[in-house]
Design a protein around this ligand. Structure first.
Ligand SMILES: [Zn+2]
Length: 315
């Protein structure tokens, strides 16, 4: 099925750099890995969030150095490939860029170590076009506890949430602890989303969402992006059908307007059988059709739901 793809999470910005030297090691135009502009041509419309992923211990350099290198390298890539990809800050821009046949790129933040966990930096990031942020990666930090460590929101974390919403950035609970998740739900005014998290009922790992969490996300107007990371999909043979199981379960919970895509591409060590990169999302759409999911619902999952959520964040 030919359907445009709106993907809420990838680690391509980091994969374009050497972790040792912080220097570019690949080109967005054509590369190994999971995402490049060559494969993007196969999609009839494509918007990708590029996460600037940082954690305090990621290599020989500081998180701030990685963050700055990732951002300036991605900006350089966007300039070099301006006939094929352009940065979008609003959903109107996403649509315009997609209509012109280009890839729409949106900046996001995963694990705000690279900005020193400083809520005071969010205004500047929003002005650069950052539209979504997690509070943590896998470690506990000055903002909140992670799914691995447990622990709730700190006062600084609450301030971070307040400012992110103020500047129209979508709140992303992926990697957050359950405790901090529910505390965020209590104070958030707008949509709360999970950029790359699956169903914990289908695959019981702490990175995934319980049914109650998913329903709470739906109530805020948020979305959950389906992750292609095999460890979060299931055990044994993991393939396109395994991906469908998570989507079908969220659909059973009434999630047709709240399921999106968040492939974690270029961050996954192993992908489901039959999936090699960004151009493979249509295989999932095709499989969903086979399960009797309406074409209009698939278009919502693959594109419209993410647009609707971001529009709510900027209101
Ligand atoms: Zn992640």
């Amino acid at each position: 099925m030919n359907v445009p793809v709106f993907d809420l999470h990838c680690d391509t910005a980091l994969a374009l750099l050497s972790e040792e030297t912080c220097q570019p090691v690949g080109k967005l135009a054509k590369r190994q890995g999971h995402i490049d502009l060559e494969r993007a041509k196969k999609l009839p419309g494509y918007c990708q969030l590029f996460a600037m992923f940082t954690t305090p211990n990621m290599g020989p350099h500081s998180a701030q150095t990685y963050f700055n290198a990732m951002l300036s390298n991605l900006q350089k890539e966007l300039e070099e490939n301006s006939q094929r990809i352009a940065q979008a800050r609003t959903m109107e821009e996403v649509q315009k860029i997609a209509d012109s046949g280009k890839v729409a790129a949106i900046l996001s933040l995963e694990g705000p170590a690279g900005i020193g966990f400083d809520p005071g930096r969010l205004e500047e990031l929003a002005s650069l076009g950052f539209r979504m942020t997690t509070l943590t990666w896998n470690e506990e930090n000055p903002l909140a506890g992670s799914h691995k460590t447990g622990g709730g929101l700190t006062a600084q974390g609450k301030e971070y949430i307040r400012r992110a919403e103020h500047y129209g950035m979508a709140l992303d609970v992926s990697h957050l602890s359950d405790k901090a998740f529910w505390e965020m739900l209590d104070i958030a005014q707008g949509p709360v989303s999970a950029s790359h998290s699956n169903s914990r009922k289908v695959c019981p790992v702490s990175r995934n969402l319980t049914d109650e969490m998913f329903k709470a996300i739906c109530e805020t107007g948020g979305v959950a992006g389906i992750n292609l990371y095999t460890d979060f999909l299931g055990e044994g043979t993991v393939d396109v059908e395994t991906v469908c199981r998570h989507i079908l379960h969220f659909l059973d919970l009434g999630g047709e307007k709240h399921i999106a895509l968040g492939g974690d591409l270029d961050g996954c060590e192993r992908l489901p059988e039959g999936i090699t990169g960004i151009d493979c999302w249509p295989k999932v759409a095709q499989a969903l059709l086979g399960h009797g999911v309406e074409e209009s619902t698939i278009k919502d999952l693959f594109w419209n739901n993410a647009i609707r959520m971001f529009d709510l964040c900027s209101m």
